[in-house]
Design a protein around this ligand. Sequence first.
Ligand SMILES: NC(=O)c1ccc[n+]([C@@H]2O[C@H](COP(=O)([O-])OP(=O)(O)OC[C@H]3O[C@@H](n4cnc5c(N)ncnc54)[C@H](O)[C@@H]3O)[C@@H](O)[C@H]2O)c1
Length: 296
Amino acid sequence: MSNDDPMNLAAAHDWGYAGKRVVVTGAASGMGRAAAEILVHLGATVVGIDRQAIEVEGVAETHTVDLADEASVSAVAAAITGELHGLFNCAGIPGTADPRTILAINFCGLRHLTEALLPQLTPGSAICNIGSTASVNWIYHVDSLLEVLHEPSYAAALDMLEGKLADLGYPYDVSKEAVNLYTAWRSIGLNEVGVRINCINPGGTFTPASRDFTKAVKSKEFGSEMLEHWPKLMGRMAKPHEQAWPMVFLNSPFASFVNGATFCVDAGLTSGLVSQQHHPMIAAGMFWAPAQKASS
Ligand SMILES: NC(=O)c1ccc[n+]([C@@H]2O[C@H](COP(=O)([O-])OP(=O)(O)OC[C@H]3O[C@@H](n4cnc5c(N)ncnc54)[C@H](O)[C@@H]3O)[C@@H](O)[C@H]2O)c1
């Protein structure tokens, strides 16, 4: 990698994307924008969707959508016609928004769009979602979150998820836990039709949304203490393309046996937590949720 090539594009060949048609949500900014730029470079026909204007050179088609609005998601899915070979679900918002909007955009909108586009994804296609290191507790909430996954309606699932917040924790974390579990749960059925689904869980990444992500962490119990110790964890924040490249890999033919995986892209943050190598305040900030507090 050099200063002239900050995204390491020169080393990349087509990665199996030449002539493939892929959808990227959140393509206007941050990780989604980086993914769209890389995919254009790799020869893919990129369909970008976002609520903001998408200004990525070479994107073949753009659509406006509000993932918080079921009708808008249905309309954009209907407007994207023809065969698809990949879906990159990058759009999302930080925990500074109101809880219902967070759950709607980060989980319900993502799932509704994915299910609506599935019939167009040809065998060999793949889907990559974005969770978060904040969803580290998802494995403890499987029973409760499965009830939500078994509810196919956007509106009813949103009501259910909102009703569970008091038990499960912070809205952003819960929205991303649902994304992690959706990835794991859906991977079995999709395997039968030749479509893979995976998820990256990014650590702190420098994007236009970073300030709001930091603000949201600060407002959590032990959040400020966790942020104090944060620089020791990763040394630095990730750059958007450092999240986009793993997604590009996961949706490529080179990851053909990877399915249902939650892939941590966090410089070891989650591994350090699980193996109890991080400062206890970081563990407290990451693991401490209202439900655990109540039962402790
Ligand atoms: N930045 C981080 O530190 C970090 C860490 C972990 C996970 N994430 C997740 O990564 C993903 C990308 O975040 P980012 O940091 O690149 O943020 P970003 O704000 O730069 O990009 C997010 C994109 O999603 C779009 N979007 C938001 N709400 C939408 C809606 N209702 N309908 C359609 N599009 C909408 C935005 O317009 C924006 O283009 C998100 O899902 C976020 O939760 C971010």
